[in-house]
Design a protein around this ligand. Sequence first.
Ligand SMILES: [Fe+2]
Ligand SMILES: [Fe+2]
Length: 213
Amino acid sequence: MFTRNLDKEEISIIQKIEMFIRDKHDKLQGHDYSHVLSVTQYAIEIAKRIPDPVDPFILICGALFHDIGRVGTGTGRLHGLRGATITEEYLRAIGTKDEIRNQIVRIVVRHTETSMLSPETVAEKVVFDADDLDRLGLMGMLRGMMVGDADRSMDDIIENRLEKRKKDYEKLHFQASRDLGRELYDETLHLIDIIQKSLNQRCSEISKLNLPV
Ligand SMILES: [Fe+2]
Ligand SMILES: [Fe+2]
């Protein structure tokens, strides 16, 4: 649950950050602004549903900045740590208090397993779950396939993009997140099942091929 409402100054800062993020994510494939917006909306929804106290300003800023480290790089490796530096600089420039800034930066670092630092605070876990939820379902799978090398192999798509999607649901921290993602997770499993059946069918068709000799 949110501990309080946002004040006017905070709303104005969030609007400025939103414009900055929208512009930065504009040309990003797979992690465009719709992903950031979706993660922020999921984060707000999870926070409203859980009994644990969450500060709305810290949570929303963390969600908006969470993938800023992906901007300007070809790979997502260490994007949490890279994003933390950009977030730190931005918030320092607008005069955000140390204590608030540190909590937002921690969300950015710990939203991704590539940082090898697990989320610890409630807000960190909420943004981690929100990001995870946006990987579920058809749209999440398509988004995942758009990220990385353009000449990716079918094996890589199956192993890294589809098999990994099955585990996303298990990583969620809150029951509220699992409730929000249940339908999309079922969609993920259904889609993986269709793809696997289709691949098996193709394999059996190939083995039945009769050459005209
Ligand atoms: Fe990320
Ligand atoms: Fe993300």
